[in-house]
Design a protein around this ligand. Structure first.
Ligand code: ASP
Length: 595
């Protein structure tokens, strides 16, 4: 090795030792006589000092060094004088007096400072990702990610899981997104699909008798890069045989708690994780991924307003809709402009309008609709809402789904505005009992709400014939701070049930055979009951560490436009390559990308 010690490990007990370090110049300070260099390697920073009288040569080299030069330093560790001790640095009690200094490699001036975490334009960070990754924050993230993955590997290995790699060049394994395709040179006109997840393969491994499988699996989904998504991302993919959903959830929960308690500085709000049925989550939080760091639950006041004089409320209830509201503490003094903005937000989320009662702190009550109500009716609403002075009560009257979604959106908006989304807390929960299907109005067919291998609840199997929309799936989602961090299910292991699902989602027998014939066939060779889950590693690490997006925990992420700015991918290819692949590019019309 070119070094005997890491910079960050030097302590007072090393005083007097002759050591060699190698690393990058974090900063260099010329104090007229002495030159100080903070030398940095992965382990941290140590101060090097050169003295022109004692070691003129080393001093001369230090004089040439600039930020990010790669240096090797031979020297002696000495204690810093008391008044020079830096308590904020692990190595702050010592310094290394350089006897020999070698420039292993000079460096151009980097486009941004490496030594501090000042915000830098993200496009610049992406272009110079190798420099961005040199910064402390990214090193911390990437190293934590490694530790998380190692924990997972150990945890599962100790519980009898086998890590098995599955192919990247495969056939479409759909999870509801577009496939990335790879043209075959050897089979003209044919394509591999990159797996959207190893779903089929892990199920086939259960057929193959491995009983407990996992993989740190890369998944590829060609989706419009809405929100915080990446075209390729990493899942902990796992599958177990002879289990019920409780078993998969219990194992995952134990692992999640271990990860949160072991790797996050945040406080875990509750364990065991609360469980909500999909209906419950929608009714109480207006979303199937509730953020439980705060309350502000949706309250149904339909019963109270069913007969009231405000037509919008009473007619909605009469027509099978609901009137629901949330109580927003501390916003009872909202003025006209703020209320208009809220109404606008509600409309953007799908509401026709927003009704409100403002209980000003000084005792005044304002509302555009209470004039249509009796005093008792208004009072009953306030009681139902548990409204207090200073509160703003907001209401949506609509179909249950719309009222829930709109209020769910506003709830989160207020969570943010009122600082209720405590960044120091992690609140996990399970959402279960999802509907098996969602109705696809455009295509006039059922879409699986999870994926097409999810088993119905056993007692709901008859509903597949009579009322598919009412059938629930054996699906479970793990949600952390309002972010879906893992989804899974117990799978269908019978060919007849699987065929029925294919039928309901509009795959005819021929198509189903062509796409999933291998699965159907496998199911006839003794398939054990099985199920699994796939927590997203990127999201999980992001949440554990408190980063705002997954790009901060991926070494080489892509932009929102699915581009790699460092290497310049995607890029045109040599026409000869295209020819070999039997491909002709017919046009370069850019698809519409929605952000
Ligand atoms: N394949 C599923 C997904 O990617 C996870 C699972 O069902 O295990 O969401």
């Amino acid at each position: 090795m070119l070094k005997t010690h890491n910079c960050g490990e030097l302590r007072i007990e090393h005083v007097g030792q002759e050591i060699t370090m190698a690393g990058w110049v974090n900063r260099r300070r010329d104090h007229g006589g002495l030159i100080f260099i903070d030398l940095r390697d992965r382990s941290g920073v140590a101060q090097v000092v050169t003295n022109p009288e004692e070691d003129p040569e080393a001093h001369e080299t230090a004089d040439q060094a600039r930020n990010e030069y790669v240096l090797q330093v031979k020297g002696v560790v000495r204690a810093r004088p008391d008044d020079m001790v830096n308590p904020s640095l692990d190595t702050g009690e010592i310094e290394v007096v350089a006897q020999e200094l070698t420039i292993l490699n000079p460096a151009k001036t980097p486009p941004f400072y490496i030594y501090d975490d000042q915000p830098v334009d993200e496009a610049v960070r992406m272009k110079y990702r190798y420099l961005d990754l040199r910064r402390q924050r990214m090193q911390r993230n990437i190293i934590l990610r490694h530790r998380v993955v190692k924990y997972i590997r150990d945890f599962l290995s100790q519980r009898g899981f086998v890590e098995i790699e599955t192919p990247i060049l495969f056939k479409s394994t759909p999870e509801g997104a577009r496939d990335y395709l790879v043209p075959s040179r050897v089979h003209p006109g044919k394509f591999y699909a990159l797996p959207q997840s190893p779903q089929q393969l892990k199920q086939l491994l259960m057929v193959a008798g491995y009983e407990r499988y996992f993989q740190i699996a890369r998944c590829f989904r060609d989706e419009d890069q809405r929100g915080d998504r990446q075209p390729e991302f990493t899942q902990l993919d796992l599958e177990m045989s002879f289990v019920e959903r409780e078993d998969v959830m219990a194992l995952t929960e134990e692992m999640m708690i271990g990860l949160i308690e072991g790797f996050s500085e945040k406080k875990l709000l509750t364990k065991p994780f609360p469980r909500l049925s999909h209906d419950d989550a929608m009714n109480r939080y207006g979303t199937d991924r509730p953020d439980l760091r705060f309350g502000m639950e949706l309250v149904d006041i339909s019963g109270v307003v069913a007969e009231c004089g405000f037509g919008i409320f009473s007619k909605t209830v009469a027509g099978g809709g609901v009137v629901k509201g949330i109580r927003v503490p501390g916003c009872g003094d909202y003025g006209r402009g703020q209320l208009d903005t809220l109404t606008h937000l509600a409309q953007e989320a799908g509401a026709k309008g927003l009704a409100w009662i403002a209980l000003n702190a000084d005792g005044e009550t304002r509302s555009p609709f209470t004039k249509f109500l009796t005093e008792e009716e208004t009072a009953a609403i306030i009681v139902q809402m548990e409204g207090e002075r200073g509160d703003l009560l907001i209401f949506v009257a609509d179909k249950p789904q719309v009222a829930n979604t709109v209020l769910g959106t506003l709830r989160l908006e207020f969570g943010e505005r009122l600082g209720l989304l405590d960044p120091e807390v992690l609140a996990g929960c399970w959402v279960i009992d999802f509907p098996l299907f969602e109705w696809n109005e455009d295509e006039k067919r059922w879409d699986p709400s999870h994926h097409l291998f999810t088993a119905p609840m056993p007692e709901d199997i008859p509903l597949l014939d009579s009322d598919p929309g009412a059938a629930r799936g054996q699906q479970y989602d793990f949600v952390l701070n309002g972010i879906e961090t893992g989804g899974g299910s117990i799978r269908i292991h019978r060919r007849d049930v699987q065929e029925k699902i294919f039928g309901l989602i509009g795959l005819d027998v021929e198509e189903a055979k062509e796409r999933f014939g291998h699965m159907l066939e496998a199911f006839e060779y003794g398939t054990p009951p099985h199920g699994g889950i796939a927590p997203g590693i990127d999201r999980l690490v992001m949440l554990l560490i408190g980063e705002p997006n997954i790009r901060e925990v991926i070494a080489f992420p892509k932009t929102q436009q699915a581009a790699d700015l460092m290497a310049g991918a995607p890029s045109p290819v040599d026409p000869r390559q295209l020819e070999e692949l039997h491909i002709r590019v017919i046009g370069k019309k850019k698809p519409k990308v929605t952000n």
